[in-house]
Design a protein around this ligand. Structure first.
Ligand SMILES: Cc1ncc(COP(=O)(O)O)c(C=O)c1O
Length: 382
């Protein structure tokens, strides 16, 4: 008998591959294609941030930085992002990460053992599922009803024996934010069952109807909380690969151990850029937020013209989540047909099974593309 041939991929990688919901953008066949599939701001990084990085390189900051992050950035996070007065955070509560992605995956790998249960919303950003599969954890999903409400009795039931709840606030893909009353219910559940909340605040600051309330400001949650943020969205810095975690110190220490195994320390000069973004690019970020708000309003009014679809107003991030009648086919089919018709969108199934007949539309693009893209989609969904 031949000895079994060793697999070229680990079980962890095979688990991620077989269960991942992530998909590449479909390539549109039409020449005049419009993308409403974009997951990043279409703005340039603010000049003051670029200048800070160039200056840092010229000043010789070209060496390794401390694993947990340079003091300049950690202090800026403590000052600007979590507020310094009376919140009790110190550098032990911060980890600078290789973008939001690495912070999220490091948190999951630092916390989850094979077999541990993690609660995830459906739909939600697909990276969490990949991280959970990498760790060997299992998932229970919860969903909002048609009115956008969460069933906290069901969540409470599923939370028994679970270890972690991952929340995306504001949400990719729905644009929903978690309300103060919902936060109170989550805080009650995690305290009673001894769970941890990982709150992904990648779109922190990008809210349009209500001021952004961070999970960090929810009373009673602090001991159970780790928050992941990134410079990618608010400061239009997707290519810089810079983010950070803020949270309970033991959770940060575990995430740090996982993070350093696959990232090492973070680009030194970029950390000066990050500190400058937090301390000096607030006005630039606010200008971008206002443009997103105008585009959100425009996309909403265009979508209201389409009969038979269901959607809720996007409160944050830069996405609308729309459901269309089941008979039109799966989101894979509809997204493929949309690509043929010259408009690219993300298929809903990428974010969970509730997205089988749903699409995610991004308004991180210009007004002409929003109008024409939605018009093309309207013809398809009619
Ligand atoms: C909800 C959410 N979290 C995290 C990320 C990853 O951000 P980063 O570019 O910092 O890795 C994204 C990117 O699309 C996102 O949508």
């Amino acid at each position: 008998m031949n000895p079994p041939s060793p697999s070229i991929s680990s079980d962890a990688v095979l688990r991620v591959r077989s269960q991942s919901l992530r998909s590449k953008n479909l390539i549109a066949a039409a020449t005049d294609k419009i993308s409403l599939a974009i997951g990043e701001p279409d703005f340039d990084t603010p000049q003051v941030v670029i200048d800070a990085q160039i200056q840092a390189i010229k000043s010789g900051y070209t060496h390794y930085s401390p694993q947990e992050g340079r003091g300049e950035l950690v202090n800026a996070i403590l000052q600007a992002a979590v507020g310094v007065a009376g919140n009790g955070f110190s550098s032990e509560n911060i980890l600078v990460t290789h973008g939001g992605s690495a912070g999220l995956t490091a948190t999951i790998l630092g916390l989850i053992n094979p077999g541990d249960v993690v609660l995830l919303e459906d739909p939600t950003y697909s990276l969490y599922l990949d991280g959970i599969n990498l760790a060997g954890g299992s998932v229970k999903r919860f969903a909002r009803n048609e009115a956008g409400e969460l069933d906290f009795n069901a969540i409470d039931n599923d939370a028994k024996g679970a270890k972690l709840i991952v929340l995306c606030h504001p949400s990719n893909p729905t644009g929903a934010i978690i309300s103060p009353a919902e936060w109170a219910s989550f805080a009650d559940i995690v305290k009673r069952h001894g769970l941890v909340i990982l709150c992904d605040e990648a779109y922190e600051g990008l809210t349009y109807d209500n001021a952004f309330v961070s999970a960090l400001d929810v009373p009673g949650l602090r001991e159970h909380l780790i928050v992941s943020r990134t410079f990618s969205k608010k400061y239009a810095m997707t290519g810089w690969r810079l983010g950070y975690l803020v949270g309970e110190s033991q959770l940060i220490a575990s995430a740090s151990t996982a993070h350093r195994t696959f990232n090492g320390s973070i680009n030194s000069a970029n950390q000066f850029a990050g500190a400058t973004a937090l301390l000096k690019a607030g006005d630039d970020a606010e200008k971008m937020r206002r443009v997103f708000q105008t585009r959100r309003d425009l996309m909403e009014s265009c979508l209201r013209e389409i009969p038979n679809i269901q959607f809720r107003r996007s409160d944050g991030a830069f996405y609308f989540w729309l459901r269309y009648p089941d008979h039109l086919g799966t989101s894979l089919d509809v997204a493929a047909k949309a690509a043929q018709a010259g408009v690219m969108v993300r298929r809903g199934e990428e974010f969970g099974s509730t997205g089988k007949h749903a699409l995610r539309l991004s308004y991180a693009t210009d007004e002409r593309s929003i109008k024409e893209g939605v018009a093309r989609l309207a013809r398809l969904l009619a």
